[in-house]
Each structure stands twice: as structure tokens, then as C-alpha cells.
Design a protein around this ligand. Structure first.
Ligand SMILES: *Cc1c(COP(=O)(O)O)cnc(C)c1O
Length: 406
């Protein structure tokens, strides 16, 4: 699997073809966004963030595409995710687990060559013990809290933990590969918080240097830092959302302003239609009534599939060539739309990247959330279908089939 051009359609479900909806995942769009990220990163290494199943796009296939394009670093949130992905994508790329909870299977992670985040002295001691048991130096990145108040060592503790890292490194139990922190307000280019975090990060870097350490990978920027704060790039950047073609903050710049292409298109097949008179109450609670005689269609996706209930009577879908809003409440498995010329079996698009389609960012705005939440919550009943280059251009596919036949 992997680099083969027919590697699309990874089968997650035995009944794959029988589900009434699908998320189409575009390789061309992903590669385009990756190259945007690389252009902005310049000499800094790009760590592709593939946590939460690559923001709902499928971490194994996304990692394969990224590796084919030369990406050598992946960031992922939990240790278990990191180990699962490692088993699928082989030993070659570096994988950093951004979170390490006490009592995690550090020993197994070290054997699998996972880079570990050190965010406390306790975690470091556990990691070093696991390194000793394995007879391997654990590859570690020190995380410093410069203003998220979420993870990482607080600044006043950096000197002592840096000393401890240096001692463990001398003893062959750890290899200090990285130093990192995370920005709280990078998606607001005018916030003074980012500059303050950079200052604290510089202090942390100085403490680490005083302990005699010189980690080659220093990283602070996620997508927003990469896009809007060049002074945060250091030697590695950690973009996530922009690789999937969404903006970290559409009110600053939309995905299209940023030259990004949405990677996911969410489609569903209409299950049924009905003609109803004016004044018909629609869906639970009758929060909407038809204002004229109307033709209604039922779309088989609901909040169990990640369609926000707060999108009720609000977010739009592309149906029968036009945009039309969800009518009434989103149910667990279905919602209703009004569209004059639609039939059972027709495909509607909830969001995607073509100019006539609603976008995930618009869905987010209409549901009171962010694009990150829209794509990451698309559920397990929505098979992901991977669209490789050939599928994008019927011509290429036809030509390669002809070449094969000849
Ligand atoms: C999620 C995350 C990222 C990626 O963030 P985006 O905004 O999606 O680019 C990078 N670093 C850390 C620590 C994260 O938690």
C-alpha cells in the first residue's frame, strides 16, 4: 500500500459501499496545502500534525501521502495514537506524541521509536526508567509552558529539569531531541500574547543551553504561527489545520484568501422525498414550517455523524445545483432540506472545496464552532474515500487503463 497510485479506498468497513454517505479525501488538495506550508516554513522542518485521525481525514492514508511527498516528521496527541500509526506506517518517519500521561506504556513507545514529550519531572523519571529497562535512550522533547497553562513545564522549573535531562542524557537513558511550546493566541495576529510567549520561550532556550543541551529541533508554531508569525518558526513548525485546507481563523483570512484547498468533501445520498402543503411542521419540535407547498428531501446524516445540532435551520447544503439550508432540527441520523428538484438516490454535498459548495468553515460559523470541530467530529459511519490524482482527471485514469490493456 501507500505510494501505489491505486491506494485509494482504504476499506475501514466491510459494508463500505452500503453506507449512504462518504467523505471524499483529496490527495491533490492535501499535497497543495503541504507545499504551501513548506513554502512558508522555508528552512524549518515541517512536522505534519495528524492527531485525531488526521483531523478526521484518516491518519494512516494522510501519513502515507505526506511521506510520499517527503515529510519526515509527524505530530500526534496521544501515545496510543502514535503507537497505532507507527505500526501502520513503518519505522522511517519520526513521530512525536505531544501528550504523555503518567503511567503510559513508555517502554513500548520507546521500542517503537516514538519521540516523547517531557512535561514534568515525574514523567521524565518514568521515561528514563523505561529507557533503562529497554537499554535504549528515549528520544525526548522538553515542553515548556509559555502561556497556554495547559501542558509543559513552568518556566521556573526549566533550569532543574534541564539539568536532570542533561544527567540522564550523559547516562545514556535519554536523547534530548527537541524543545517546544504552544501559542495561545497566534490566530489573532494583533494579540501581544504571542510576543510575550516568544520572550519566555527564549528564556527557556537559554536555561536549556546553560545545562549544556542543544536540542536540534526547536518548535513553537502551529498553523497560525506558521502563517502569521514568522518569528515563531525556529527549526521546526507543526501545522495541522492548514494541511487539511481550513483556516485557523477565517475572520482573519479565509482558506481561499490563504490559497488553501479543503481536503474533505462530505456527501450523502437522499433517502426519501415528500410533497407537503404550506404550513407543514418539519422534524422534532416543529422548529420550521413550510411557507408554501414544498418538496422535502431527507438526508441520512445526523448529530451521531458529527453534524452539529446547532446547525439546525441554519447551515447550507448543495442540493440539485443550489444551496439550501437544513430545515428544522438535525436528528441523530437524519435531517431534512427543501429542494424543488431532488429525487431519492441523488447526492447532496454538505461541504467541500469546489467554488459552488458550502465550506466546512461556513458550517462552523453557522453552528457556532470552528472548522477544526466540524471535520474532526465526522463519525465512524462515514466511510472515507481517498481520491488519488488519477481519479481527479478521468483522462489520466483512462489513459493508464488503455496503456495497461495495450
Ligand atoms: C493541534 C496542535 C498543533 C496543530 O495545530 P493547528 O492549529 O491545527 O495547526 C500543533 N501543536 C500542538 C501542540 C497542537 O496541540
Amino acid at each position: 500500500m501507500g505510494s501505489g497510485k491505486h491506494a485509494r479506498n482504504v476499506e475501514v468497513f466491510h459494508t463500505h459501499g452500503q453506507y449512504p454517505s462518504r467523505a471524499l479525501i483529496s490527495r491533490a488538495a492535501f499535497e497543495h496545502n503541504l507545499s504551501r506550508a513548506r513554502d512558508l516554513a522555508g528552512l524549518a522542518e515541517v512536522m505534519a500534525v495528524i492527531k485525531a485521525d488526521a483531523y478526521g481525514h484518516g491518519s494512516v492514508q494522510i501519513a502515507q501521502w505526506a511521506m510520499d511527498a517527503g515529510v519526515r516528521w509527524f505530530g500526534i496527541a496521544q501515545l496510543a495514537e502514535a503507537m497505532d500509526v507507527r505500526r501502520e506506517i513503518g519505522d522511517e518517519p519520526h513521530i512525536l506524541a505531544l501528550i504523555a500521561e503518567p503511567g503510559a506504556s513508555f517502554s513500548q513507545a520507546i521500542e517503537l521509536g516514538i519521540d516523547l514529550t517531557v512535561s514534568s519531572q515525574t514523567a521524565l523519571d518514568e521515561i528514563a526508567r523505561a529507557g533503562a529497562e529497554n537499554g535504549l535512550a528515549a528520544r525526548v522533547h522538553l515542553e515548556v509552558d509559555t502561556g497556554m497553562a495547559r501542558g509543559g513545564v513552568q518556566l521556573d522549573q526549566v533550569p532543574s529539569i534541564a539539568q536532570s535531562l542533561a544527567d540522564y542524557q550523559d547516562g545514556g537513558l535519554v536523547e534530548v531531541v527537541g524543545l517546544w511550546s504552544h501559542l495561545a493566541c497566534a490566530d489573532d495576529p494583533d494579540s501581544p500574547v504571542t510576543e510575550h510567549q516568544v520572550e519566555l520561550f527564549e528564556q527557556a532556550r537559554a536555561f536549556v543551553a546553560e545545562a549544556g543541551l542543544n536540542p536540534p529541533f526547536v518548535h513553537l508554531a502551529a498553523s497560525a504561527g506558521l502563517l502569521w508569525h514568522p518569528q515563531t518558526h525556529y527549526t521546526m513548525v507543526r501545522p495541522g489545520i492548514m494541511l487539511y485546507g481550513l483556516s485557523p481563523n477565517p475572520s482573519v483570512a479565509t482558506a481561499s484568501d490563504l490559497g488553501l484547498e479543503p481536503v474533505m468533501q462530505l456527501d450523502a445520498t437522499v433517502v426519501s422525498v415528500r410533497d407537503v402543503p404550506q404550513g407543514t411542521g418539519v422534524s422534532y419540535g416543529h422548529t420550521a414550517h413550510t411557507t408554501t407547498a414544498a418538496h422535502l428531501a431527507t438526508v441520512p446524516l445526523g448529530y451521531a455523524d458529527g453534524i452539529p445540532r446547532s446547525a439546525s435551520n441554519n447551515a447550507q447544503v448543495l442540493a440539485a445545483g443550489g444551496k439550501t439550508p437544513i430545515m428544522g432540527r438535525v436528528c441523530m441520523d437524519q435531517f431534512v432540506i427543501e429542494a424543488p428538484d431532488i429525487h431519492p438516490g441523488d447526492v447532496v454535498t454538505l461541504f467541500g472545496g469546489e467554488p459552488n459548495m458550502p465550506t466546512a468553515d461556513e458550517w462552523a460559523q453557522q453552528s457556532g464552532t470552528i472548522g477544526y470541530e466540524i471535520v474532526t467530529r465526522i463519525g465512524v459511519r462515514v466511510p472515507r474515500e481517498y481520491i488519488d490524482h488519477d481519479a481527479d482527471t478521468g483522462l489520466d485514469e483512462a489513459m493508464s487503463d488503455a496503456a495497461w490493456a495495450a
